[in-house]
Design a protein around this ligand. Structure first.
Ligand code: TRP
Length: 365
């Protein structure tokens, strides 16, 4: 039996999906579900690292994200959308993996450091906070995926997963440390040294003004209040785009930086979302020369964004009225995820000589 190659990726449920998620990953996932066997994890346990006191919010976010996935066109019959906490093999692997990574190595992870700074955690974060980075290695490796599509900010986590895979395979499967990353499994390893796959746009800016400190535009993010959500209605999209920050210096034709998409979100959005590149090139020039103003360019953007979001919005309304369908999709996906994760756990335990009661029916895949 030839199987499709697997993909694993996930999101921490912190709220609804926005346009940054769309270009950073969702769009990519829709394309990949054609050729790969896809596993999309909703990392509800990771949400407890900072919101252990708000379980109802976490539950709500899980359902919102699942609804968003379905609204975007992820097909639950083909791709498994699943809940992390319902796949116990992930936890078991986390424990073993945590023995393979020096604590200091975990704390050097720049994504953790950024989170500690941005969320103002100081040194009051729980023990489970650094543990989540090891947990993410287990999220990934439990599926022995070929590819892991993520945003740029996740690369440090993926690097840790690569280190864990090498370490495990060398320590328990006798894989020679000289082996090339791509050959770990053929050399007898349980875990592949996984490859990240970045989205088309790694970091979409938000609708707001640049940071007062750095002068750079900020990343689109729910917590910065500069996001356009995939679930926003047409009026809300219109309002957000009308109120979007634009570069006040745009009229000065002598300044070559004035339509720089890194300075002006209006152009960053057109470049990212407007499929009519000829329109964008022409109007960028007109804008630079003061021949067309913010209003016209914003109106065009409203049209572009609403065209993108419209079908998502319609499907979202459909699923909002059928919450049981969302639960059924999650149940199906979680069942599928458990099959693979359990197989992986058995392979790992066998390699670690902790298979005391071997199951007769485990088949490889
Ligand atoms: N840490 C990721 C985020 O915050 C979510 C995540 C959890 C994830 N486990 C994963 C992403 C495994 C990719 C693979 O968005």
């Amino acid at each position: 039996m030839t199987e499709k190659k697997r993909i694993l990726t996930g999101d921490t449920p912190t709220g609804r999906l926005h346009l940054g998620h769309w270009v950073g990953s969702v769009e990519n996932r829709l394309a990949l579900q054609e050729q790969y066997d896809c596993y999309f994890l909703i990392a509800n346990k990771h949400a407890f690292t900072t919101r252990a006191d708000r379980p109802a919010d976490i539950r709500q976010s899980v359902l919102e994200i699942a609804t968003d996935y379905l609204a975007c066109g992820i097909d639950p019959q083909r791709s498994a959308i699943f809940i992390q906490s319902e796949v116990p093999a992930i936890d078991e692997l986390t424990f073993y993996f945590s023995m393979l990574v020096p604590f200091n190595r975990v704390m050097r992870n720049p994504t953790l450091k950024d989170e500690i700074r941005d969320k103002g955690l100081g040194d009051n974060y729980p023990f489970g906070f650094p543990l989540y980075a090891v947990g993410q290695c287990a999220d990934i490796l439990a599926f022995r995926p070929q590819l892991v599509p993520v945003g740029e900010d996740q690369l440090p986590h993926l690097e840790l997963s690569r280190e864990v895979a090498r370490r495990f395979d060398q320590m328990y499967c006798g894989v020679d440390p000289q082996t090339e990353d791509k050959d770990y499994v053929t050399a007898g390893g349980v875990f592949p040294v996984i490859q990240p796959k970045l989205g088309r746009v790694e970091r979409l800016v938000g609708t707001g003004a640049p940071s007062a400190e750095t002068g750079e535009l900020l990343k689109m993010s729910k917590s910065l209040n500069n996001a356009i959500f995939l679930s926003d209605d047409a009026q809300t999209v219109t309002k957000k785009i009308r109120g979007m920050y634009t570069d006040p210096k745009r009229i000065r034709a002598t300044d070559p930086g004035e339509t720089d998409p890194r300075k002006n979100p209006l152009w960053a959005f057109h470049e990212t979302f407007n499929p009519d590149t000829a329109w964008v090139d022409e109007h960028r020039q007109l804008y630079r020369n003061g021949k067309v103003g913010d209003v016209a360019v914003k109106n065009k953007l409203i049209e572009v964004i609403n065209n993108l979001i419209d079908p998502i919005r319609t499907r979202r309304q459909h699923f909002e009225q059928r919450p049981d369908d969302v639960i059924d999709a999650l149940r199906l996906g979680t069942r599928k995820a458990n099959v693979i994760a359990e197989q992986t756990l058995q392979l790992a335990k066998t390699a670690m000589k902790q298979d005391y009661f071997p199951q007769r029916s485990v088949t490889l895949s």
